[in-house]
Design a protein around this ligand. Structure first.
Ligand code: GLC
Length: 548
């Protein structure tokens, strides 16, 4: 299956490359950068939403699935993108956001009339008692999940922003609409879909949820039987008729759920994104930091590597802080920014599964350096700030937590070169450019053999040429607070990987030294040092390979 040995590059279009100088990335901008993606070694692009949208949640609130947001260009531009990508051997997967639409979608506008045939496309309910919401659910964006609509005299459900009303998957007409959307994009040339929050689309009941600090009501809509059925229907009636794949974004997913969702015989999803690994040092739905331990990370990774036959592997996306700031040294020990970014590249690209690289990750882009909440755009950060203010949490603490968790950390414009606005746009960017762009940018790394970019390219090439790194078994070997060691083994190919997540030199425990001995050939290390002294340098990652 071609998607198993692919390398996928995620583009967040509004922050990738602006061609019209309005400060907003666009499709012609993407076309102008396809060569860079090809040079990196990626052969699939996941495109975050480019559909028509009022942008209440940066395009994850779609008002027309069949039209392109004019900020990004036209349908003609999109067709050119498919064609230009194909010329370079690059496929494109689209973002499928079908848990909800925008409240500005025609279906929703019509559904506000209780007599409309569209009424049942969404989840409408009268309030409890006089003017209380129908149940006690809390949403993913720190707020209410029911909005009262004067025109209808009823509430509608929205698990995200109030401008993102949830569709009703008990209505077969909604499923038919989704099939049409899938067919439309597959016929245009899409090679598959990244399916947004796809394990919560079916609401079995609207009863009150169990009390919870995170999302309340989850037991009524997470990975429900009805959800599995919808996925199977989409596979059977549409997806299986094309050469395509799906990767689900599955919130709060656990291994038993994931096994069902990805079981090849059940035919639901091909792979999915889980979140556990990025939450080993955070609590309460990601917002509050706790101490990092490499052994916890290795435990979580082992659980998923062994638990599922095939994983979607990622360390960054448009919702997560930059990995070199999160697990790496960028914010703690900036002297080791570069080495830790390479160590993390080694981590991601030596796991079993399909790797996803997020724009800017390949040059070690870091979290933003904004000074206050007014510089942020993220609807979640603003929601969180409001909620914490209500809870009387002091301003400095609010900012500290928001700064570490804000989705805008990953959304600042791509840093292409050291000219104005990092070469992203000549206009005022929609979101501030990180001030470190003169130091961290694509152009400065392109021809530097010691750069993070060069390291990614080398690793991708190595992975493409070694079945063992793609398909080999994952064997955890050792971990403590700071380091982890694991192997990938396929017949006679043995890869041994050791990673140091700390600022200290750390000796490889004696018991495992034989794995790093001279009958193994040291292939790559994040420090660039040629001498191996049986210890890991600060933030170093090493890969040893043995082929008989
Ligand atoms: C997913 C997207 C996120 C969006 C949310 C609602 O988590 O990745 O960006 O806000 O779904 O669509």
């Amino acid at each position: 299956m071609w998607w198993k040995d692919s390398i996928i590059y995620q583009i967040y279009p509004r922050s990738f490359q602006d061609s019209s100088d309005d400060g907003f990335g666009d499709i012609p901008g993407i076309i102008s950068r396809l060569d860079e993606i090809k040079e990196l070694g990626a052969n699939v692009i996941w495109l975050s939403p480019v559909y028509k949208s009022p942008d209440a949640d940066n395009g994850y609130d779609i008002s027309d699935y069949y039209a392109i947001n004019p900020k990004f260009g036209t349908m003609n531009d999109m067709e050119n993108l498919f064609a230009e990508a194909a010329k370079r051997g690059i496929k494109i997967i689209m973002d499928l956001v079908i848990n909800h639409t925008s409240d500005e979608h025609e279906w929703f506008q019509k559904s506000r009339d209780p007599k409309s045939p569209y009424r049942d496309y969404y989840i409408w309910k009268p309030g409890k008692d006089s003017k209380k919401p129908p149940n006690n659910w809390t949403g993913f964006f720190m707020g209410e999940t029911w909005e009262y609509d004067e025109q209808s005299g009823e509430y509608y459900l929205h698990l995200f922003d109030k401008k993102q009303p949830d569709l009703n998957y008990k209505n077969p007409k909604v499923i038919e609409e989704v099939k049409n959307i899938l067919r439309f994009w597959l016929d245009k040339g899409a090679a598959g879909f990244r399916c947004d929050v796809i394990n919560i689309i079916f609401k079995t009941s609207l009863a009150d949820g169990k009390k919870s600090l995170a999302v309340q009501g989850l037991e009524h809509f997470k990975s429900q039987e009805g959800n599995h059925e919808v996925l199977r229907e989409l596979r059977r009636d549409v997806l299986d008729k094309y050469d395509c794949f799906t990767v689900g974004e599955t919130v709060f997913v656990d291994l038993p759920d994931a096994k069902l969702l990805c079981d090849e015989n059940r035919k639901e999803l091909n792979m999915l994104f889980f979140f556990d690994h990025l939450e080993v040092d955070r609590r309460i739905a990601q917002f509050i930091p706790k101490k990092f331990h490499a052994y916890k990370l290795l435990n979580v990774i082992t659980k998923w590597q062994k638990g599922l036959d095939w994983n979607a592997i990622y360390l960054e996306n448009h919702d997560q802080p930059r990995i070199v700031s999160h697990f790496g040294a960028a914010d703690k020990d900036s002297e080791f920014w570069k080495r830790s970014a390479k160590m993390l590249a080694l981590f991601e690209l030596t796991l079993r599964g399909t790797p996803f690289i997020y724009q800017g990750q390949e040059i070690g882009m870091t979290n933003f350096d904004f000074k206050n909440i007014d510089e942020l755009n993220d609807v979640v950060s603003h929601g969180l700030n409001k909620l914490m203010k209500k809870m009387c949490i002091p301003k400095f603490l609010r900012w500290k937590w928001i700064k570490a968790s804000s989705r805008d950390n990953a959304r600042t414009p791509m840093q292409w070169n050291d000219s104005e606005n990092a070469g992203f746009s000549k206009g005022k960017p929609w979101l501030g450019v990180n001030r470190n762009y003169k130091l961290i940018n694509y152009a400065s790394q392109k021809n530097d053999p010691d750069s993070i970019l060069a390291f990614y390219k080398k690793l991708i090439l190595l992975r493409k040429n070694s079945k063992g790194l793609i398909y080999g078994d994952f064997i955890p070997v050792y971990a403590d607070t700071n380091i982890m060691i694991y192997q990938r083994i396929l017949e006679k190919e043995i890869y041994t990987i050791a990673l140091n997540f700390s600022s200290h030199n750390i000796k490889i425990p004696k018991k495992f030294l034989h794995l790093f001995s001279s009958d193994y050939y040291q292939v790559l290390n994040a420090s660039g040092s040629s001498e191996w002294k049986n210890e890991l340098l600060p933030w170093e990652g090493v890969l040893f390979i043995k082929t008989a």
